[in-house]
Every structure is written in C-alpha cells, then in structure tokens.
Design a protein around this ligand. Structure first.
Ligand code: 13P
Length: 339
C-alpha cells in the first residue's frame, strides 16, 4: 500500500469546484432509467448514453472522477476508444463499483439488507487497477425505520473489509453507508440513525486498520424521508448534516462526497452549497451524484444521436451547478441559465 498515492487520489476526487459522477448503475437499474425515456436497455444503448457524457468535455471539467459499472470499464466507444480513456483524456479519474448488490440478511430484523461482494474481491481489484481504476465504491443500505445492531454491525464490518482490501491494492475506497430517504421518517430520525451508522463505520474502519487519509466518505445527508409529513428546509438539512458529520468524521478524512438519494436536482445542489457556506469545515464537501446529475441529460438524450449535443448541454448545466455548490456558490437563480 502506498498511502501517499492514495491520499493524492482521494484529494483529487474532492478537489474544490469538482465532484464525482456516479455512472455505476447496474444493468437492472439502467433498465429503469432507459424505460423512463422509452429506450431499449441494450449493451450498445448503455454504451452510447455513457459515451455521450464522457465526451462532454465542458461538463467533465466539473467531474473529478467517474464511478463505473463492471460492464462499462471494459467497454469501447463506437470508434473503438476505451471508455476509460475518454474519462482520462477529459482529466477525470476512473473508478469502479465493486459491491455485488444486496441480499436479505437472515437473522437480523426482517427486511434488513447486507451488501455482497467480498468473496474474490482480492482477485478483482488488481484487474480493475490494471484497467485504470484508482478508486472503488461499496454501498451499504440502511432503512432508518428498520435497523438492528446486527444489521448495522454486519454492514459496517463489510465496508471495513472492503476498504482494507482496496487500500492493499492501491485503490481509494469510497465508503458508502446509505441511510435511505424512501420512508415517512422525519429529519431527526434520519440524523440520529446516520450518526449511529457513521460511529459504527468509523469504529470498524479503525479495527481493520484502514488509513483514513486514503478514503472518501459517501454518506446521505440528514433529510426527511420522501413520505414524511413535514419537509425539512434547506437550512435545516445543511445544519443537521454538518452537525452529524462533525460528531462522527475524523478530520484525517480528505473529503466527503454525498449521494443524492432521490432528492430533486435543484435540492441536491442547494443542500450541498449551503453546507459549504457553513465552513470552515475540516474536510472538503462535494457531490457523488447519480440521479441528480443524470436526470436532465437522460431526458434530453432519449436514445437519439441527434440529441447528443442537447444532452451534453443539460449534463454541463447540472455539473456546473454542483461544481459551484462544492464551493458554496450555487444560487437557485442560476438554474435559469439551463440550456
Ligand atoms: P444517487 O445520487 O442517485 O443516490 O446515486 C449515487 C450512488 O452512487 C448511490 O450508490
């Protein structure tokens, strides 16, 4: 393990003004995205869609790294250029999702999930490194309305095992414990569960000797569930999220890159920006958004090559909004500048 190299990559991933594009949707999740725009979920269409984003040079200026799905890291663009090379040529770092999804964790609370993918990970990581990946992602999923210590401990332990393996192979682990925002819980429940989750995750990282200077944390924000009676304000989300993070995340961690988790595009930008206005903070705060970066370009693209330029403009707009948010400089009025 080369901790200096890991630390350099981690710092580059959270460079102010930039953030991470989560383009690592599994084939099943891509089917949902493609269905929504009436496009067949074929290997070629998935390639064409992602190629459109990676070739969007102006948008990629705001993208420090791209999380890829296994299929994509081996794929070539239509003209034969490896997609990984398009990302590198745009000045961005390729990364790879290495978890293998979730299954029900028997023995915990009914419905609790555990993330799979540790078996054989030591064989997969060096191949991904050779292919250009310099960071990886593993997502644990927690329902704040259905959590037991057994479930939390198992997921935190798996994250630590994964992170330790990544560092052994000189790959920066994105540590992603996601407290979902799908239920009807209020923001305080989410904040309390997120605090518990992060405390356990950092404890397990410590036991597993994971070097915090060589990770990036990818948490949820403290936010009400989508079905909650009361919607938390931008200020409340920002203040409660920063409070939890300050209580749980050591300053040795170079940066925190949030998931969007089902927030609207504008909310995801506004929340991140407001948090950065609350500085100075001990770590960089940026985005690692999937949906909140891709809704707009997906709609604009709709599977048609004649729409590529419009889709790239839509992608540029969201990437720029979130780049500004990473500096605390996003304003809702800027949305009017959309393509
Ligand atoms: P969302 O921003 O759509 O939540 O996706 C981020 C991600 O990578 C979830 O694992």
């Amino acid at each position: 393990m080369n901790l200096d190299a890991l630390n350099k990559v981690a710092n580059a991933m959270v460079e102010p003004g930039k953030g991470i594009l989560a383009a690592d949707e599994s084939t099943g999740t891509m089917k949902k995205r493609m269905d929504a725009i009436g496009v067949e979920n074929s290997e070629d269409n998935r390639r064409d869609y992602r190629e459109m984003m990676f070739r969007a040079k102006d948008a990629m200026k705001y993208v420090s790294g791209v999380i890829l799905y296994d299929e994509t890291i081996w794929q070539k663009a239509k003209d034969g250029t490896p997609l990984v090379k398009l990302i590198q040529d745009a000045g961005s770092i390729p990364g790879i999702k290495v978890d293998e999804g979730t299954r029900v964790l028997a023995g915990a609370k009914a419905g609790e999930l555990i993330t799979k993918g540790l078996d054989g990970l030591d064989k997969r990581l060096p191949k991904y490194h050779e292919q250009g990946a310099r960071f990886a992602k593993w997502r644990a999923v927690i329902d704040p309305t259905n959590i037991s210590y057994a479930g939390l401990l198992s997921n935190a332990h798996a994250l630590a095992r994964y992170a330790n393996l990544c560092q052994e192979f000189d790959i920066v682990p994105i540590v992603e414990p996601e407290v979902l925002m799908d239920a009807d819980n209020d923001i305080d429940t989410c904040a309390a569960v997120t605090e518990w989750v992060l405390k356990e995750v950092f404890q397990q990282l410590y036991y597993m000797n994971v070097k915090l200077e060589g990770i990036v944390l990818k948490p949820n924000m403290a936010i009400n569930g989508k079905k909650a009676a009361k919607k938390a304000s931008v200020d409340e989300v920002a203040e409660k999220t920063v409070k939890v993070l300050k209580a749980c995340v050591p300053s040795a961690v170079p940066g925190i890159a949030f998931l969007s988790g089902g927030q609207s595009d504008e909310e995801a930008s506004a929340h991140l920006s407001r948090m950065n206005e609350l500085g100075p903070l001990p770590w960089k705060l940026t985005f690692s958004y999937g949906r909140a970066l891709q809704h707009a370009p997906q709609k604009a693209w709709a599977g048609k090559s004649e729409n590529v330029a419009a889709a790239q403009r839509a992608f540029l707009h969201r990437a720029r909004m979130n780049g500004l948010a990473s500096l605390g400089k996003y304003k809702p009025e800027l949305e009017k500048e959309a393509a």
